[in-house]
Write a protein that binds this ligand. Structure first.
Ligand SMILES: Cc1ncc(COP(=O)(O)O)c(C=O)c1O
Length: 428
């Protein structure tokens, strides 16, 4: 049964979706994803020939997602053998894959070389030696970028800051260390050094930090040109563009970031007498975050007089670890009461045995009852991809909305799925 008073997402009645597929349920809109990819194309790629945009697949990945990204002409950023395997099984063109990771295993590096991925982003100097050994064995040349730490701090939760000096990612901005890494890449016969990569962090709403990082990288390039004769071809400026989780957030279109980046690249490479490098960006959250919601069913409601009212849902920390991991804030709508006045203040709790399993503090909502459907908004990024089975909760299904159609993209886990690895082991 559908009702126009129910909360509609991408033209679909969310209460009807919850009834049809059960809850918790991830709902993802293909139309929104494609619209966002097209914005990146018209605002960045079309304006700057040679530029690339890679969707950061850690935000949300499935084979169907790979196909959407492929058909929109974007590249794909992967950080593990599992993400790379998913892309390959989906038929994603390997030359459009960028392979990251601060501790890639030999197996992962070998996969990447054998499968001919487009770029490997080297995270530490030793990786150059490992890659040269693998590539020479395979008798092929590997295109790499070197990840550097630009020592630029974004305003975001410290767990998702990556541009600062004290980071586990990338090569420190110390001239001798970088020069040594560049020299070893230039000396390696099976390595083709294309340029540098940086990623400042996630959910960033500042333009100036990208400009500052680009400026530092270009200065580095000029020093390397003078000292080693190395001409940079590519700069990869990572992702991190912020989205709207709650009404406090004021997100920007991609051009707000990329225009500032490109302006600096064009102006400064001219001033520093460098050949203008091409630029790659890697947004994840900005493409998928607002394209997804999660539907839950309200269960137990507990009122503590003069303290707060808890309304518990049938999921929580296992399907969305972000609030517990980095105090992420969300907004939500009571989907079957979308037209009712928000007279109450409730705290939305998950069902796990963890005090920290709270999805939203102090949500304004109409009076709640067991059985109501709650839609938590902007959960497309780092929800499903970070999902786990804590308390042995089966992971939710994901439904893909395309126009008027709703189709199962990832099926719900069963209790038997939870036991499968044990059933296939030796100890009962
Ligand atoms: C190297 C790299 N690129 C891109 C991203 C995507 O970040 P976001 O989803 O915030 O755009 C990340 C996120 O961790 C990353 O580590």
């Amino acid at each position: 049964m559908t009702s126009s008073q129910n909360y509609q997402f991408a033209g679909h009645d969310t209460v009807a979706l919850a009834q049809q597929y059960g809850t918790p349920l991830y709902v993802v809109s293909e139309d929104i994803i494609r619209h966002r990819c097209q914005m990146i194309r018209s605002e960045f790629l079309d304006k700057h020939p040679g530029s690339r945009a890679a969707y950061a697949s850690k935000a949300f990945l499935s084979m169907a997602m790979c196909k959407i990204i492929q058909s929109e002409g974007l590249c794909l950023d992967v950080v593990s053998g599992g993400e790379l395997y998913t892309a390959r099984e989906a038929g994603f063109p390997m030359e459009r894959v960028i392979f990251h990771g601060n501790n890639k295993s030999m197996e992962e590096l070998t996969m990447a070389v054998e499968w001919k991925v487009g770029r490997i982003v080297v995270d530490h100097p030793e990786e150059i030696t490992l890659l040269e050994a693998i590539a020479s064995e395979e008798n092929r040349c590997v295109d790499i970028q070197i990840r550097i730490v630009p020592e630029v701090e974004g305003e975001t939760h410290r767990h998702i800051m990556t541009g600062q000096k004290d980071s586990k990612f990338g090569i420190p901005l110390v001239p001798e260390i970088i020069e040594k890494a560049v020299q070893s890449a230039l000396a390696a016969p099976h390595i083709n050094l294309k340029g540098f990569h940086f990623h400042l962090g996630s959910n960033l709403f500042q333009q100036e930090i990208y400009v500052e990082a680009v400026e530092k990288v270009l200065q580095l390039c000029q020093q390397l040109k003078e000292k080693l004769g190395f001409e940079v071809e590519e700069i990869n400026a990572g992702g991190g563009y912020g989205i709207r989780y709650t009404e406090k957030d004021k997100p920007h279109p991609p051009s707000w970031y990329t225009d500032a980046i490109m302006e600096t690249v064009i102006k400064r490479s001219r001033e520093l007498k460098l050949k203008q490098p091409t630029v790659t960006i890697e947004p994840g959250r900005w493409i998928i975050g607002e394209a997804g919601i999660t539907l839950y069913t309200i269960g137990a409601i507990k009122e503590i007089p003069e303290v707060r009212t808890y309304a518990s849902v049938d999921g929580g920390l296992p399907d969305n670890v972000r609030p517990a991991l980095y105090d992420a804030q969300y907004d939500a709508i009571v989907a079957n009461k979308a037209d009712q006045e928000k007279t109450e203040t409730v705290t939305i709790a998950g069902k796990c045995c963890e005090t920290g399993d709270i999805l939203i503090y102090d949500l304004k909502a109409p009076p709640l009852q067991r059985g109501d459907t709650l839609a938590v908004l902007s959960t497309g990024a780092y929800g499903e991809s970070m999902a786990n089975n804590y308390n042995r909760l089966p992971r939710p299904a994901t439904v893909l909305l395309t126009g008027n159609e709703a189709r199962l993209m990832i099926r719900r886990e069963t209790f038997e799925d939870l036991l499968r690895r044990e059933r296939e082991a030796d100890v009962e």
